[in-house]
Design a protein around this ligand. Sequence first.
Ligand code: PRP
Ligand code: URA
Ligand code: MG
Length: 225
Amino acid sequence: MTIEDRDNAYLITHALATDTLSRLRDVETEQVAFRKGLVKLGRICGYEIIDGAMETEYVPVQTPLEETTGERVKGLDDVVIINVLRAATPFVEGLLKAFPRAKQGVISAGRDEEAGMTADGEFPITIDYVKLPEISPDDTVIVADPMLATGSTMVAVLDHVLAEADDFEDLFVLSAVSAPDGLVRVSEAVPEADLLTVAIDDRLDDEGFIVPGLGDAGDRAFRTV
Ligand SMILES: O=P(O)(O)OC[C@H]1O[C@H](OP(=O)(O)OP(=O)(O)O)[C@H](O)[C@@H]1O
Ligand SMILES: O=c1cc[nH]c(=O)[nH]1
Ligand SMILES: [Mg+2]
């Protein structure tokens, strides 16, 4: 297992995750490679969640030669993945390779960049669209967004999730890169969530970008700059 406990977050330290993230950070990585990198990182993170957080059970298996004992992951059908539009879309595509039968939700959320960051280090968040599946007590809920900067978006998203579901097996917030301030904001607002991230970076700049970070993930994946 390559998930390490770091105070209020769990770091996904798989070598392929850090390798992929390093390529995503590179300013020379162009749109297609960037998008594919997010897909790959989502798949690796999905496998790590399975390895680190899901139970297995022993089951009898009849091979073509004889009966033996196999080990299966429990609860693979009881997974809900919530895609925070838009940067999470390729990340979620990768996660779905690990959880192909997941129920999916979508929340469109955006920071009001023109309003800018408040003195408290938050952004006003606009939520345009919310469509969530039914969340059951047995479900592992994964809210995916590659960037956790001030945490304002994630807190707003989790408000919607928790308004519709208060009973679930686990609630994971999965990101590729997180800023320390964002991790603290989300863990204080939603203590029942476990925060999983591939990297915890140094700081936020005056515009609320993660430094060193990887820039604007949505713009790089969707080529809107
Ligand atoms: O932690 P925060 O300070 O809230 O910032 C993180 C958010 O910013 C990005 O989305 P953005 O608002 O750029 O929307 P986009 O995905 O459409 O580009 C990112 O994908 C997060 O959703
Ligand atoms: O650094 C950041 C902060 C918010 N959103 C991004 O895409 N990148
Ligand atoms: Mg963006």
